[in-house]
Design a protein around this ligand. Structure first.
Ligand code: FE2
Length: 197
């Protein structure tokens, strides 16, 4: 069975004015869909044709199949990104708030570190909040690279910093997109649900 393009977890206009419906329709309906379609083309006649997406990403990474890795990891990262966003943004609470205080200087420290990491990331890639060895860490990976193929790293939140994520709304102003993400769009409930106990 082919992998599917998951629907957005909210209507395409739900993140306005911070991210336009036009951006989401292109980003999900064209970019994300293309990664899903190319993954399906690549696995059509292979032993991975009935595998789930996570298995495909890990298998492509292990075998060194760069084309399959890039497309399948991008499909996985985009699904994780949509779930990292919400139209009902609220400040983090409970255990994740305590861990932010302990490891990153609270919410303000997290925002500063995440913005710096995402803005400084050269060219295309993804900024992440991850859990590593029990600690919260802000990091970024290039192109399609993803925490799920890194030993002992659990992804909690991501922000797509490929230019297609923000160009229609913010042109080349990546810092403005990061401000919108950090102040209005993060789904802290999703991040909290991803915490390893
Ligand atoms: Fe993207």
């Amino acid at each position: 069975m082919a992998i599917q393009l998951p629907p957005l977890p909210f209507p395409s206009n739900a993140l306005e004015p911070h991210t336009s419906a036009r951006t989401l329709e292109f980003h999900h309906g064209k970019h994300h869909k293309a990664y899903v379609d190319k993954t399906n083309e690549a696995i059509a006649d292979s032993e991975l044709k009935n595998a789930d997406l996570l298995t495909i990403v890990k298998s492509a990474h292990k075998s060194g199949d760069k084309k399959l890795f890039n497309n399948s990891a991008q499909a996985w990262n985009h699904d994780f990104f949509w779930n990292s966003l919400t139209p009902r943004h609220a400040a983090p609470s409970g255990n994740i708030a305590k861990l932010l205080d302990r490891d990153l200087g609270g919410l303000a420290g997290f925002k500063k570190a995440f913005k710096e990491e995402a803005v400084a990331h050269f060219a295309s890639g993804w900024a992440w909040l991850v859990q590593k060895d029990g600690q919260l860490v802000v990091t970024s990976y290039h192109d399609a690279d993803t925490p799920i193929v890194h030993e002992g790293v659990t992804p909690l939140l991501t922000c797509d910093v490929w230019e297609h994520a923000y160009y229609l709304d913010y042109q080349n102003a990546r810092p403005k997109f990061l401000d919108a993400y950090l102040e209005h769009l993060i789904n802290w409930e999703f991040a909290a649900a991803n915490l390893k106990s």
